[in-house]
Design a protein around this ligand. Structure first.
Ligand SMILES: Nc1ncnc2c1ncn2[C@@H]1O[C@H](COP(=O)(O)OP(=O)(O)OP(=O)(O)O)[C@@H](O)[C@H]1O
Ligand SMILES: [Mg+2]
Length: 457
């Protein structure tokens, strides 16, 4: 069997750099393509299908970062490494925040370049594998447990239990990935309707022209493609609970129709004359600010009033950091089972980093971080080194950089921070062998020793 070579796409305007990189990476067994600007790198995506893209930040037509955003637009999962000038830490931070996997400073050390690319490829393989697995998981396993004992989550759960027994309409609000869907399932499961299946519609995922027929069904011949009479989700959910997910994405036309259904508790199939009474408990969820949408004229106020009779706000993870360790243990258990792994431990340093991070993608993001760390850990223990870069290094630098007073000092502090992190990182990677670490860092053993002393490593 022929083993597929991993593909690396390089964009750099300097012909010399391109030549060196191509040579190095080809020697290492990669399939390499090099282009001289950002536009060409975006163009090369569909034909070359690279695993990794290396983008030089300073290019004449567009910066590496701009090219990265265009590439991510086409393929959000593309793994990208940005090549920056030496010492431009804030830029590197920005790149990572915007979704770069890692960065390399120019002039680069050959081994460092190869190591970074190798790690990026490993990461890429893992995330591809995970994406594939995730599809299968949904069917094979159901993990509906709600983990956490922070006061904030307990308040939410108290509300859930209270409202579950009723048939009152519920609106569940919260940032992306906080667990809204999980809460909705819990309400249904605690309710008297739990014997019947919860019916879910994702209001953001149905094409505009099909929304009405999807929700309310249609009669045979109602429109060209309506070959058979079909019932909609409201009728399917009769006697049970209907979950209207991403309600904020529902177009205005459909909002009018939905409002009428909520008011009159009857539906009309598209093309149908008779009104069909329905008994459906409605739960809606969104990560949008619906009041803001009302002000902008994209969400109807009367519909909002019908929906927000009882609201549950699910707090973001950064407001209940106490839950992080419990969630971590839970996800380790979950993915040991699913991925057949035997991870049994996570270092205190790693847990501390996870607790410190701001989690813009909330629990979903934490879950993903744990999954990939578990696969990277081949020893049964997760250590800080296995965590994604943005979690490992950047939250602390970011907080330093955000405070713009006395920028220079801050930036110096930040670079020292990065330097220290890099040294710790490299030492860990080489099992604390100083000779190898110094070599990888391209400094003498003596310099390494002095720096370790300076940073108290
Ligand atoms: N408290 C929790 N305990 C265990 N797992 C959780 C918890 N909260 C969320 N999760 C898990 O995190 C992931 C994201 O949760 P969910 O899909 O419910 O988020 P959401 O708020 O609906 O996000 P979005 O707005 O992006 O749709 C799911 O895999 C879910 O099982
Ligand atoms: Mg959701």
């Amino acid at each position: 069997m022929e083993i597929m070579k991993s593909k690396v796409l390089i964009a750099d305007d300097e012909v010399k750099i391109r030549r060196v990189m191509v040579m190095l990476l080809k020697d290492e067994g990669y399939e390499v393509m090099a282009v001289e600007n950002g536009v060409a790198s975006v163009k090369a995506l569909s034909s070359f299908k690279p695993d990794i893209v290396l983008l030089d930040q300073q290019m004449p037509d567009m910066t590496g970062m701009e090219a990265m955003l265009q590439i991510k637009n086409k393929n959000p999962n593309q793994t990208i490494i940005i090549v920056t000038a030496y010492g431009s830490i804030s830029l590197a931070v920005d790149a990572i925040k915007n979704g770069a996997y890692d960065f390399i400073e120019k002039p680069f050390d050959n081994d460092k370049l190869l190591l970074t690319v190798k790690r990026a490829i490993e990461f890429n393989d893992i995330s591809n594998k995970l994406t594939r697995l995730k599809g299968q998981l949904k069917e094979n396993y159901s993990f509906w447990q709600i983990i956490g004992n922070s006061p904030k989550l307990q308040q939410v759960m108290a509300k859930v239990r209270k409202i579950a027994e009723t048939t009152v309409t519920v609106l569940v609000l919260g940032e992306s990935g906080v667990g809204k869907e999980l809460i909705v399932r819990q309400i249904h499961n605690y309710s008297q309707r739990s014997e019947k299946p919860l019916i879910t519609v994702n209001c953001g995922a149905i094409p505009l022209t099909l929304i009405e027929s999807e929700l309310f069904g249609h009669e045979k011949g109602a429109f060209t493609d309506a070959k058979e009479t079909q019932i909609g989700t409201f009728e399917k959910a009769n006697g049970s609970t209907l979950f209207l997910d991403e309600i904020g994405e529902l177009p205005l036309d459909a909002q009018v129709k939905l409002l009428r259904v909520l008011e009159e508790r009857v539906i009309n199939r598209v093309g149908g004359k008779k009104s069909i009474p329905i008994d459906v408990r409605i739960i809606a969820a969104t990560n949008r600010n619906l009041e803001e949408k009302v002000r902008q004229g994209t969400f109807r106020l009367d519909l909002l009033y019908r929906l927000n009779i009882f609201t549950i706000n699910v707090p973001p993870l950064r407001e209940r950091r106490e839950d992080v360790p419990l969630l971590v243990d839970y996800f380790i258990m979950k993915y040991n089972k699913i991925l057949n792994l035997t991870v049994n431990n996570i270092s205190q340093q790693a847990v501390d980093l996870l607790k410190e991070y701001d989690w813009p993608g909330n629990i979903r993001d934490l879950e993903n971080a744990i999954q990939s760390a578990m696969i990277l850990s081949q020893t049964g223990q997760i250590i800080a080194d296995h965590l994604p870069m943005r979690i490992k290094v950047y939250p602390r630098i970011e907080s330093i950089l955000l405070d713009t007073e006395s920028d220079n000092n801050k930036i110096r502090d930040a670079s020292e921070h990065v330097e220290k992190e890099l040294i710790v990182d490299t030492l860990m990677r080489y099992n604390y062998n100083r000779t190898l670490a110094a070599e990888a860092l391209n400094i003498s053993r003596k310099t390494l020793f002095n720096k370790m002393k300076k940073y108290g490593i």
